[in-house]
Design a protein around this ligand. Sequence first.
Ligand code: SF4
Length: 467
Amino acid sequence: MDAAKQTPFEADDDRPPNPTTGDCASPGPLVATLPPPSLSSPLEFDLSPLAAASRHGMLPLTTHSLPLWGSAAWSSWRAQLRARLRDVDSLARALGASDLLADTGAAVRRFPMAITPYYASLIRRFDESDPIFAMAVPHGGEVVDPPFLSDDPLEEEHDSPVPNLVHRYRDRALLLVTSTCAMYCRHCTRKRVAGQQESAITDAELAVAVGYLRDHPEIHDVILSGGDPLTLPTERLEQILQAVRAVETIDVIRIGSRTPVTMPMRITHRLVTMLRRYSPIWINTHFNHPVELTPESMEACGRIVDAGMPLGNQSVLLHGVNDDAQVLEKLFRGLVRNRVRPYYLFQCDLVRGVERFRTPLSKGIEIMEYLRGRVSGIAIPTFVVDAPGGGGKIPLLPNYIVSMSPTHTVLRNFEGRMVSYPEPMERHDSTPAAAPHAGVATVFELCRGTATTLGPDDHGGCTAHGG
Ligand code: SF4
């Protein structure tokens, strides 16, 4: 049977590896023997300003009617995948919520919905003020189409020389191995693909893509994406990894997966044991909000890291979900505490259906300004905008360069203090030295090198204009 025709819900073996051999040879606890998340979890919203609203708006949602709730099958990723909630009415019934959003029908017809029972159990309020609800449940706004949005703003199809493969940057390629995800994020960049038709790359398509990789030895880095590659059966994923790893010029394989967030029971011992055979493998996941940092998701991340695979996180800046510096500070601190490196904070792409999530670029800059100096550098991701028209990723930063002269650059730190940074000596040799400065310095003196620092309080108030 063509592997791509196999059901994605085949039997899997979740036994942990033998500590000596690394083989999955002895029975042991499942990741999902962890109990379902508790409604009184300490991960409930204690954030601000979302926090303030949440404390008052908390609905008495019950999870008892969720598929799989209370059964051993809750621990099975295959059961979670099978039991995904596919429409808003089912979700409302499952959570015992009486108030439904009125206009979700058109959005569901255009962009599919799927939510694992696990991820649905994290919903606390049945409206857009709940970050999990906002990311998972269709919204009438998805059918609003401002003219500057498109189905494929990154022009991936334009950069696709063979089916399922995107080659934009010279040294790396994206291999789209499935269109299935555990949960269809409402803010997804690939809404045109994800869930529209749940299918996986065929053997024939894989052969063509691998042939392209062989013919392009300049490609050293392959990113498995989709959809979500970890929704594939472990056996099929291994076939794909084997085929890619057989290309001698490929150094690194990366996997993008949101399953640690939306279906953490997928990260089985068997999976990570298989993945490590194809090292070096780097994994990037996609946490957007601290409420996603559950014991289950952190257990999943720990398994990946313990298996020797570096784990990064790519968040998307989403209006009403995480466009709050303190919310992101809490998320990034939590990730680092669990050995997940915040890698990118993406500006929401110009994708049709996501207008309600878009923030002004200034919001991201403001958040980066807040984080620098407050949070360790390892907890600060790079804020990037993926330029429309296939322009690639452009990093954006607050402006830290205040002024420049041939001999000195004036830099600003996170406190607003300015410092004069001397350029190499040869620059000074060819520039007449300025006379030493007496009195209170300005940026001009820093630029000439006649003063070294200038703080926000150095002028003792705005009296300099005197006359
Ligand atoms: S998991 Fe990734 S590919 Fe799938 S819907 Fe979410 S953002 Fe899109």
